[in-house]
Design a protein around this ligand. Structure first.
Ligand code: ADP
Length: 628
């Protein structure tokens, strides 16, 4: 009111001619009314007031709205302050959580390392123990220690990997490698487990998959082993099939698609989503029945993501599951693949009979045989196959599966020999590890999953009727010294065998021991050079196709490091005799002799004898003591 009066007196004294103000009135009922008052005073020319205009507008609604807005604004500001506080707090918590997670990962990594060190001791010593003379009981005990130790180490490795991935410290190690060899080495690890469970473990690499690529072979192998291991774990009968194909139209960054299909228990739909999370298993009873940490798939997923791909699963409970994943790879110019061309001419046009109750295996074998120019005939029923042979149908070779219902491979072979007397049809037995059939019923025993390179070697050899000499699969788990132990070392020459293929290693070692040579074995050229650096060898059997450093490169290194021929070990190339000019290349690289696979005992003896004579001639100081 004072303010109003002041303005009125200013207006009557002529200082202002108008004013506007807000006024609040209290109604008799106590309610409040807001008004806007506008007053204007008009004067005549002499300055005398003549007229006054008063306007009173009810602005209660406007005022209330304004008050609400102001209140809302206050509230918003208060909330904003709260929000900022919360954000600061959350950031602080995240920092702490991050530190805690890093600390946890570092702790896990450290613990894993700490556990691994004594584990290595346990496993190393056990393998030494197994390599020595042991009674059957002792061997069984040591075997158990080793397999339990292996399992424990697997879990520790998982934890280590997981913590590395979590803390973002897992890097890929890119090297040049062969996709096929990587796949085969993963299958090697699981072949015996598949055999124990009586499950067919099969694989196929489709045309168009680059042979040679750059990538992280050991991480790829790890993912494959995990998926194959799961597939075997959750399957009790049927098959586990690994297939590899190139995804079309993904240039310039080509993708490979891997799929592991099993005929196992399958996975319920609602569990599929959880599968790739860490520490997650489909259910607790599964855990109890099958064991496992629930880390495998989580690690695999992260590794696959690191390799630029993705992983997914399709499954039907009771029918089986298919785990698929892609990775991006850089294709490199292919190295010649020995088994693609090797022996082609001798297999060309030959009629191959394959008998197996497993349709997938028949399909894979047929494709391989067709690739080699053969005319395959696949038969799932042994009785039909027998009838076919009885009817006089001509075949040059037959591959028989061991595990078939009703009539197994040995029975079928016996039947073939009995009912078709005088038949010269060479028979190759395909079976699981440990089911070797001795005697001359079969030209060769092969184990599933059969490697194309080995199958080709065996088929060629069987056709040439030489395979009986070569034991293509020594029982797995047999210590090398077991093989050597039976032989008497009668030769003074020290032999080094450089060969990457485990089966071939066993074959050659067994032959060497039969011939009286003590031999050591390494898996590639680099290791061969290291071995030669450590101690002297008289003869080196050098496989030409090896990872890391092949035979040719190794020979060149040896010639450079030991220019004097008498000092240098005598180098014998072992090749699949695949490429033209192979022999010339080996000799040009500095090798002294050459032996084509499949290696026959007689040939090996011939080149070794030659080597011994030559070395004596070159270096008469070397004395050969033959002790019998
Ligand atoms: P774990 O070490 O326990 O096997 P994984 O991460 O490898 O851990 O697997 C998690 C779970 O996924 C398994 O416990 C199992 O329930 C399910 N699973 C994985 N692979 C298969 C499969 N091939 N068939 C059925 N269930 C599977």
């Amino acid at each position: 009111l004072a303010y109003h009066n002041a303005l009125v007196s200013q207006m009557s004294s002529g200082l202002i001619d108008r004013f506007t103000m807000e006024k609040r009135f209290c109604r008799p009922d106590g309610s409040m009314t807001w008004t806007q008052l506008s007053r204007r005073l008009y004067r005549d020319q002499t300055g005398k007031p003549v007229q006054e205009l008063n306007a009173l507008v009810d602005i209660t609604a406007l005022k209330e709205a304004q008050m609400k807005i102001a209140a809302a604004k206050d509230e918003a500001e208060r909330l904003n302050v709260q929000l900022e506080d919360a954000i600061t707090q959350a950031q602080q918590l995240a920092r702490e959580a991050n530190l805690a997670s890093q600390a946890k990962s570092q702790f896990l990594a450290m613990m894993s390392h700490e556990i691994r060190t004594p584990m290595n001791g346990v496993l190393g010593m056990t393998s030494l123990l197994l390599d020595g003379p042991l009674s059957r009981d002792q061997r069984e005990l040591a075997d158990t220690i080793q397999s339990c130790g292996d399992a424990l180490l697997g879990i520790i490795n998982d934890i280590l990997d997981f913590s590395k991935i979590e803390s973002g410290r897992l890097d890929l190690d890119l090297t040049e490698f062969s996709v096929r060899e990587c796949v085969e080495s993963a299958l090697d690890v699981l072949a015996s487990r598949a055999a124990e469970k009586g499950i067919d473990l099969l694989y196929e690499v489709a045309d168009g998959v680059p042979g040679n690529v750059r990538g992280d072979a050991s991480r790829l192998r790890q993912v494959l082993i995990n998926l194959l291991g799961n597939a075997l774990k959750f399957t009790t009968k049927g098959e586990v099939v690994l297939s590899v194909q190139a995804v079309p139209d993904t240039d310039p960054e080509p993708e490979l698609l891997f799929a592991v299909r099993d005929t196992g228990i399958g996975i319920e739909k609602d569990a599929l989503g959880r599968l790739f999370q860490s520490f997650s298993q489909v259910d607790a009873s599964t855990t109890r029945r099958y064991g496992g940490t629930g880390l495998g798939l989580a690690i695999s997923k992260r590794l696959v993501n690191l390799m630029g791909g993705r992983v997914w699963v399709e499954s039907e409970p009771g029918k089986g599951s298919t785990f698929s994943f892609t990775i991006r790879i850089e294709p490199l110019p292919s190295k010649p693949r020995p088994f693609v061309n090797a022996g082609r001419h001798s297999l060309d046009g030959k009629h191959l009979l394959m008998v197996d109750d497993n349709a997938t295996n028949l399909r894979i074998l047929s494709a391989l045989a067709r690739n080699w120019g053969m005319v395959p005939h696949a038969e799932s029923d042994p009785l039909v196959a027998l009838a076919l042979l009885r009817s006089g149908r001509h075949f040059d070779l037959a591959v028989l599966d061991m595990q078939m219902p009703e009539m197994d491979g040995t029975m079928l072979a016996t039947e073939i020999r009995k009912t078709i007397p005088g038949t010269v049809l060479p028979l190759v037995l395909l079976s699981s590890i440990g089911q070797r059939v001795e005697g001359d019923l079969f030209a060769a025993n092969l184990t599933k999953p059969v490697k194309p390179s080995l199958l080709l070697e065996v088929l060629t050899a069987a056709l040439n009727s030489v395979a009986t000499e070569v034991a293509v699969d020594a029982p797995v788990g047999e210590a090398v010294s077991d093989l050597l132990g039976v032989a008497v070392i009668t030769r003074a020459e020290r032999v080094l065998l450089a060969e990457d293929n485990l089966v071939n290693q066993r074959i050659v070692l067994r032959m060497l021991s039969k011939l009286g040579f003590a031999a050591e074995v390494v898996g590639n050229g680099r290791e061969a050079l290291e071995a030669v650096g450590r101690q002297s060898y008289d003869i080196i059997l050098l496989d030409v196709q090896m990872p890391e450093m092949d035979g040719l490169e190794t020979a060149a290194h040896l010639v450079r490091d030991y220019p004097v021929a008498g000092v240098r070990p005598w180098i014998i190339a072992l090749t699949a005799n695949a490429m033209q000019g192979d022999r010339e290349n080996c000799l040009a690289a500095g090798m002294d002799d050459y032996l084509a696979k499949p290696i026959k005992l007689g040939d090996l003896l011939r080149v070794l004898d030659h080597a011994c004579h030559q070395r004596q001639a070159r270096n008469p100081k070397v004395t050969v003591t033959i002790s019998t």
